[in-house]
Design a protein around this ligand. Structure first.
Ligand SMILES: [Fe+2]
Ligand SMILES: [Fe+2]
Length: 181
């Protein structure tokens, strides 16, 4: 039940899943509502939990990823607190600007290191930036939860699927990339 069981799409799906398993364990052929008491423990956690698994191993990139995760969590909190839409859109624009700057940092490092997968990695960045207007529109038309969920999934998916690969490549080149060390 929104918002008692969760205020984000993935939190709601997790709550529904837990309730379904409870129904199964009680012998099936019944319905179970998610227990809202347990949510108080969940809600103290950040929505985007940026952890060791998301670290690329390059300080500048990790710091930027962490800052973007913090901004997305803040936007999610503002949405949860039903703050005015104008402020939410401003925050979304702030996230997009930070993401664009971050992409430039990664792409500069790729050019400096002759990264062989730079082309396909940069296409992913370009696709995200091309989606931005659509995302803003979705946000303005009442699809904030979907837009934010999409951004979260994209962000973590891209880090785990592409940025970490680039991090490993750079780590192997480290003496060349950082001649002073
Ligand atoms: Fe990145
Ligand atoms: Fe990237």
């Amino acid at each position: 039940m929104y918002p008692e069981s969760g205020s984000e799409i993935d939190s709601l799906i997790t709550a529904a899943d837990n309730a379904m398993y409870q129904s199964k364990s009680l012998g099936k052929n019944r319905f179970t509502l998610h227990q809202t008491e347990s949510r108080s423990q969940v809600s103290t956690k950040s929505w985007l939990e940026f952890g060791a698994a998301h670290m690329v191993g390059i300080a500048e990139i990790d710091a930027q990823h962490q800052a973007i995760a913090t901004m997305l969590n803040r936007l999610n909190d503002s949405l949860r607190n039903s703050e005015p839409q104008e402020g939410l859109v401003q925050q979304l624009e702030g996230v997009v600007a930070s993401v664009a700057t971050h992409f430039e940092t990664e792409e500069d490092l790729m050019a400096q290191s002759d990264y062989p997968d730079a082309q396909s990695h940069m296409i992913q960045h370009k696709r995200l930036l091309a989606e931005v207007e659509h995302l803003k529109l979705r946000f303005l038309e009442g699809g904030e939860l979907l837009a934010l969920q999409w951004l979260k999934d994209w962000f973590f998916g891209h880090i785990l699927g592409s940025d970490i690969q680039f991090g490993s490549f750079l780590a192997k080149l480290e003496p060349k990339a950082h001649p002073e060390t």
